[in-house]
Design a protein around this ligand. Structure first.
Ligand code: F6R
Length: 241
């Protein structure tokens, strides 16, 4: 992977957003893979600035990595809500082109195949933004996930629920299940851009970039991909050799 060491999150966000703006200017119908959580927020911030400066995102499509199961879409922490507020509204994307897996309990057994069908019809993700969990997950593919896995329902680890409890009033409000693109789904994107900030990500990042390729470290799947860019601050890079 190509490693880009940024001086802070804002610089990292600007670097990734500049690259995305170039893609969108060259191809207005660029297909982006978007992530939730804290990590991509500086990218969306910088994309909003690009949009304000005239880059047209109205023909861009976006596909989110994952969604909680059983949270109403209007819940402020549903990934549909987060993607709407942090990405779609700020860059002026067309809501009909922004897709998030369907975490509704009714029909959950077909949520994975429905999302795979949408992705297949998209022509493929041009650039996938990724964060990484302290467990090494990408998307919500926790340790043990197969490198060939497709979009499906998964159980969040206790550690991931604890990590994400900061977005909720209490730990017991964090959903237990999610629908997530699989590692196999993520590996189909043409370019993976993995961002990581802070000391807490250093170990999972080093294991993913330099460690053995193993399903016990889902992030290590990036080593199987021919075009990966890792954008990190110094703290997240601190365990790289
Ligand atoms: C988000 C996602 C997760 C996060 C990861 C890191 O859609 O799939 O893999 O990227 O949990 O979360 P943050 O960025 O909040 O540290």
């Amino acid at each position: 992977a190509e490693i880009v060491l940024a001086k802070d999150r804002n610089e990292a966000g600007a670097i990734v957003a500049d690259h995305i703006a170039g893609l969108v200017s060259a191809n207005p119908e660029t297909v982006l893979g978007v992530a939730t959580g804290s990590t991509p927020l500086p990218v969306y911030e910088a994309l909003a600035a690009q949009a304000a400066a005239g880059v047209d995102f109205s023909h861009v499509s976006a596909y989110a990595l994952d969604e909680y199961v059983g949270l109403p879409v209007e819940h402020p922490e549903s990934y549909r809500s987060v993607i709407t507020h942090e990405f779609q509204d700020r860059v002026g994307a067309d809501p009909s082109r922004v897709h998030v897996p369907d975490g509704a309990l009714a029909g959950i057994e077909t949520a994975g195949e429905r999302y795979e069908a949408l992705l297949a019809a998209s022509g493929g993700v041009d650039l996938q933004i990724l964060g990484i969990g302290t467990t090494g997950h990408i998307g919500f593919n926790e340790p043990g996930s197969s490198f060939g896995s497709l979009t499906r329902v998964k159980t969040l680890t206790e550690q991931t629920r604890i990590d994400n409890a900061r977005f909720f009033d209490s730990l017991d409000q964090v959903p237990i299940h999610c629908v997530t693109q699989g590692l196999g789904t993520i590996l189909r994107a043409r370019h993976l851009v993995l961002l990581a900030f802070g000391e807490g990500k250093a170990e999972a990042l080093a294991a993913s970039v330099e460690g053995p390729v193993s399903s016990s470290m889902p992030g290590s799947a990036i080593q199987l991909h021919p075009h990966v860019t890792v954008v990190v601050d110094e703290a997240a890079a601190s365990r790289l050799r």
